[in-house]
Design a protein around this ligand. Structure first.
Ligand code: UGA
Length: 441
């Protein structure tokens, strides 16, 4: 089938590459010529495991093309996937300008039936807005062309996006036209392992499903972080509590890991946007507000521990920082806890020696040259000359470190662990002070 994907960001590239992989003829369109040149030259603008291989294979097979040519893009696909960004406005609501620009671009050019499939995370009601924008342009052109607008939210996790797309647990499709549902069912048939994964519903419910999923997951994390803080006050160990509650299948073990706050391009933005949507319709979403507040506070948790340990005297101190990305297997530092921590340390006059397996270039891009940030080539190098070690991201390579080396390198033998990677008893027995999240210290 012929597919066009607008927006060659993380969602668009994964969608385009995976749809090409199962045999579709895919054109990915982006307005950024630099990005398209890079892709046409064999490069990949984001770090996502497996994406480079998929893009290479499908480009070579002629099933995946990249272009800035809007005419070609609109003429190509029966399915016109919209996967452009919806950055938050100052008030937290999603900015739809890029989505609407694509919709108008399509409307100005279509000559026969097209399905506009919205993959971007957009507020409930956006499909109606998109439909209205297309209708207005078509009316101006005096063109009577049939089209449908569909909501098909993505549930991809950065770092596991290819796997999530190729083996989805569900494919949510919101339509108001049974014919479109059947066409999407055919497009997604290769991804239906064992049983039909399509969950069909009306458009508004599909739009809300995306926010509901992310808000629920963010709520689980903030709930656990709240309990972790309480455990600290009560002298309990949240890791034992986690296992104790996770064994109840109604709660489950997934996504109840306490830590130094959630980050990334999705949870913070989507929780805020949903709360804003609620406010717009006159509903005070108190729980969502609290989820957000708990998370903001949690991102400062490591800083507070460090400050407490050094009795507020951080000026001139140097901290080794392991992990900059908002989570492992990505170089994404959007809304990362590391940024809140580093900025607080710098404000207190401290310096940082940081290491991350893939996010070093991103950190350099974000912060540039500065005297209080040294980007080191290894975890061990980050320790050199540091007063203490702080761990922010749970990369596998940090899980079993040389504790003797850590102890010998630091002027104060202490680890602040924002992801509860180690057994406190063992670390303390090795002669290191150890402060984790919700573990009674
Ligand atoms: C999230 C959702 O998990 C995806 O299903 C969704 O499609 C995506 O947003 C999106 O809307 O595009 P992602 O942002 O890639 O995916 O990252 P997650 O793996 O969900 O992690 C988010 C944050 O929560 C990370 O900072 C992570 O460290 C934190 N987290 C996660 C915890 O603190 N505890 C946990 O138990 C799990």
């Amino acid at each position: 089938m012929k597919v066009t994907v607008f927006g060659s960001g993380y969602v668009g590239l994964v969608t385009g590459a995976c749809l090409a992989e199962v045999g579709n003829d895919v054109v990915c369109m982006d307005i950024d010529p630099g990005k398209i040149d890079l892709l046409n030259g064999g490069g990949v603008p984001i770090h996502e495991p497996g994406l480079d291989v998929l893009i290479k294979r499908n480009r070579a097979a002629g099933r995946l093309r990249f272009t800035t040519d809007l005419d070609l893009a609109v003429a190509h696909g029966l399915f016109q996937f919209v996967a452009v960004g919806t950055p938050p406005d100052e008030d937290g609501s999603a900015d739809l300008q890029y989505v609407l620009a694509v919709a108008r671009g399509i409307a100005e050019r279509i000559t026969d039936y097209r399905i506009v499939v919205n993959k971007s995370t957009v507020p409930v009601g956006t499909a109606d807005t998109v439909r209205g924008a297309i209708q207005a342009v078509l009316a101006g052109r005096q063109a009577a062309v049939e089209f449908d607008v569909v909501s098909n939210p993505e549930f991809l996790k950065e770092g596991a996006a290819i796997e999530d797309f190729m083996k989805p647990d569900r494919i949510v499709v919101g339509t108001d036209n049974p014919r479109t549902t059947e066409l999407l069912r055919a497009l997604y048939a290769p991804f239906n392992r064992n049983h039909d994964r399509l969950v069909c519903m009306d458009i508004r419910s599909a739009e809300l499903t995306k926010y509901a999923a992310n808000a629920m997951l963010a709520t689980k994390i903030s709930f656990m972080n709240e309990l972790a803080n309480l455990a600290e006050c009560l002298g309990a160990d949240i890791e034992k509590v986690r296992v104790g509650i996770g064994s109840d299948p109604r709660i489950g073990y997934h996504f109840i890991y306490p830590g130094c706050g959630y980050g990334g391009s999705c949870f913070p933005k989507d929780v805020k946007a949903l709360e804003r949507t609620a406010r717009d319709v006159g509903y005070a979403a108190q729980l969502l507000r609290a989820v957000e507040d708990v998370n903001e506070r949690q991102k400062l948790k490591l800083y507070e521990k460090v400050e407490g340990y050094f009795k507020g005297d951080l000026g001139g101190k140097t901290f080794a920082l392991w992990g900059l990305a908002f989570k492992p297997n990505t170089d994404d530092m959007r809304e990362a806890s590391s940024r809140v921590l580093m900025e607080a340390l710098w404000a207190a006059g401290a310096g940082v020696r940081a290491f991350d397996p893939v996010a070093m270039a991103e950190a350099g891009r974000l912060y540039g040259e500065r005297a209080d940030l040294v980007l080191c080539e290894s975890p061990e190098a980050a320790l050199r000359g540091a007063d203490a070690l702080i761990i922010v991201t749970e990369w596998n390579m940090f899980r079993s470190p040389d504790f003797d080396l850590i102890k010998a390198s630091l002027s104060h033998p202490v680890i602040f662990d924002g992801r509860n990677l180690y057994d406190p008893v063992r670390v303390k027995a090795l002669g290191l002070d150890y402060y984790a999240i919700g573990r009674g210290d």
